[in-house]
Design a protein around this ligand. Structure first.
Ligand code: PLP
Length: 377
C-alpha cells in the first residue's frame, strides 16, 4: 500500500459507521471481576485512541510496533532507555540540540557515555568497544543537512552488537524508512511534520524488534511520558495530509534552493546532497526526496537582523515542519545547549539560518526572501 493511502485508510470500521475514530477520554476502564481482564485498564498503560494512533505509526514505517509519547524528547529518552550503566552511545556531532542536552547532561548521571563524532561516515570497526551499545543517527542532520549512509552504519554497528537508532524527523516515513535500511529503532518528533501545524507536541518510536518493543512499552508505563487521547486523535487527523503537505513543502524548498544557489547575497547554502557528490548519491539511495528544510548564511557585510526583520512570512521561531514557514538561528536557538566548540565541530556557524519551508505559494516566499535580502544592506 502506498503511504498516501496508509495515512488515510489504516483505521476503518468504527462504531455507528463513523468514518473517523472516536476519542476515548477515559483514564480508567472496567475489568471483569472474575478474570480481571480487559483490553484496557488505565490510560497511561494504553488507551483506545493512542492505540489507534500507534497502529497508524507502525503502518507508516512498515513496522511491527509503534509508540506515541508526549514529545520528541520523551520518545528519544525512551529509545535510549535500554542503555545501562557503563554503556556508550555514539552520536553525530551535528544532532538536534535537545538530544545533545539529554546525552550531555542527563545520561552521564546514569553512568551512560555519549561519544560525539564529527563524521559518522568515517566510523570504522576500531571505533566500537564492548561498551558501545548504540549508534544514534540523524540523516539529514539538523541543521547542517549532512548525510549518513544508513545501510553501512547498520552493518557496522550490528557486527559489534550495537543498536542503530535513527531520528527520522526531517524525512518522515514519506521520504525515508530507516527500518527497511537496517535500523533497529526510529524516533520522530511528531511535533514537526507529522502534526504539521505548529500546534501539538508529540513523539513517536517504531521498531520491528519485540524485545525493544517491551522496553518502550515499559518506558510508557513506568516513566509516564505518554501522548494524551485528544492529542493522539489530532495526530491521527494530521497524518492524513502528511504526504500531501510534505510533497508541496519539498517542491517549494527545491525551488528556493535553486533560487538561492546563485544569489550574490547568499554566502553558503546547506541542503541534503549539496555537501558532496558522494552524500548526494547516498541520500538518493536511501530516501525518495530531500525534504523541506534548508540552511543558509548571508554574504559578508549583510545585516542578519535587518534581513530577519524585513521578512514578511517566515516567523523567526524554532521548530519546523508546519504549514507556515519558519526561520531560526541554530547557534543561539535550537543548538544553544551545545558548547561553541561542539557547534564548530558540527559545522554550525554563528551566522547560519535554518529555513523550514511551509505550504505558502513558493513565488510569495521567493519574493519575500528577495526583498529581505535587498533590505539587509
Ligand atoms: C524537535 C526535534 C526533536 C525534539 O522533539 P520535541 O517534540 O520538541 O520534544 C528531536 N529531534 C529532532 C530532529 C527535532 O527537530
Amino acid at each position: 500500500m502506498h503511504i498516501q493511502t496508509a495515512a488515510v485508510q489504516t483505521l476503518r470500521d468504527f462504531e455507528h459507521g463513523a468514518v473517523v475514530p472516536p476519542v476515548h477520554l477515559a483514564s480508567t476502564f472496567e475489568l471483569d471481576p472474575a478474570t480481571e481482564d480487559g483490553a484496557f485498564a488505565y490510560q497511561r498503560g494504553s488507551n483506545p485512541t493512542r492505540a489507534q494512533l500507534e497502529t497508524v505509526l507502525a503502518a507508516l514505517d512498515d513496522a511491527a510496533h509503534g509508540f506515541a509519547f508526549a514529545s520528541g524528547m520523551a520518545a528519544t529518552a525512551a529509545a535510549l532507555s535500554t542503555l545501562e550503566v557503563g554503556d556508550e552511545v555514539i552520536l553525530s556531532a551535528s544532532v538536534y540540540g535537545g538530544t545533545y542536552r539529554l546525552v550531555d547532561l542527563v545520561l552521564p548521571g546514569r553512568g551512560i557515555t555519549g561519544r560525539f563524532v564529527d563524521d559518522l561516515d568515517a566510523l570504522t570497526d576500531e571505533d566500537f568497544t564492548p561498551a558501545t551499545k548504540a549508534v544514534f543517527i540523524e540523516t539529514p542532520a539538523n541543521p547542517t543537512l549532512r548525510i549518513t549512509d544508513l545501510r553501512r552504519i547498520a552493518e557496522l554497528a550490528h557486527r559489534h552488537g550495537a543498536l542503530v537508532i535513527v531520528d527520522n524527523t526531517f524525512m518522515t516515513p514519506v521520504l525515508q524508512k530507516p527500518l527497511a535500511l537496517g535500523a533497529d529503532v526510529v524516533v520522530q518528533s511528531a511535533t514537526k511534520y507529522l502534526a504539521g501545524h505548529s500546534d501539538l507536541l508529540a513523539g513517536t518510536v517504531t521498531t520491528n524488534d519485540d524485545r525493544l518493543a517491551d522496553a518502550y512499552r515499559l518506558a510508557q508505563k513506568a516513566q509516564g511520558g505518554v501522548l494524551p487521547p485528544q492529542d493522539s486523535f489530532r495526530l491521527i487527523q494530521s497524518i492524513k495530509t502528511l504526504p500531501l503537505r510534505l510533497e508541496r513543502q519539498q517542491a517549494s524548498a527545491e525551488r528556493i534552493v535553486e533560487h538561492l544557489a546563485d544569489h550574490d547575497r547568499i554566502a553558503q547554502l546547506w541542503y541534503p546532497g549539496l555537501h558532496s557528490e558522494e552524500e548526494a548519491r547516498v541520500h538518493a539511495s536511501q530516501a525518495s526526496g530531500r525534504g523541506a528544510v534548508l540552511s543558509f548564511e548571508l554574504a559578508g557585510g549583510l545585516d542578519r537582523v535587518a534581513f530577519l526583520k524585513a521578512l514578511r512570512f517566515p516567523a523567526y521561531a524554532v521548530s519546523l515542519g508546519g504549514v507556515e514557514s519558519l526561520i531560526c538561528r541554530p547557534a543561539t536557538m535550537t543548538h544553544e545547549a551545545m558548547t561553541p566548540e561542539a557547534r564548530a565541530n558540527a559545522g554550525i556557524s554563528d551566522e547560519m539560518l535554518r529555513l523550514s519551508v511551509g505550504i505558502e505559494h513558493v513565488d510569495d516566499l521567493i519574493a519575500d526572501l528577495d526583498q529581505a535580502l535587498a533590505a539587509a544592506g
